[in-house]
Write a protein that binds this ligand. Sequence first.
Ligand SMILES: [Zn+2]
Length: 124
Amino acid sequence: MSLERIYEIKKQWIPVYALLLAVALVVTIYLVLVYMYTQNEDFLMYTMLSLLFSLYMGFNLVKLIRIKIPKYSYVKVLKCSQCDHTITVPMKKGDYLFKEEGTCPKCSSKMYIAALYKEEVRRS
Ligand SMILES: [Zn+2]
């Protein structure tokens, strides 16, 4: 499984964590109100537990939101067989190394694919 796929699966958990956090916060507020009303020490402990759970969910949520999914684009380097002029263009289906493709814009000789690789796309 690729790293990008793992990140995408993780991102799908954001609504679940957000929902759990919301529920935990509501429960915490409810417990605080109950404690204030009853002055029962037990509820203070439940409030602490609930608060800890909220913090844990909030922490996880922030961690998930901060994940950046890297995007890659596949490129090929076309190289002229005569003058070594190179052009980098997006890869197409059926491309392979040393495949002849196009003509050199400088000397009109045949060009071939000198390299195939993926590069990370920077997103703003
Ligand atoms: Zn050339």
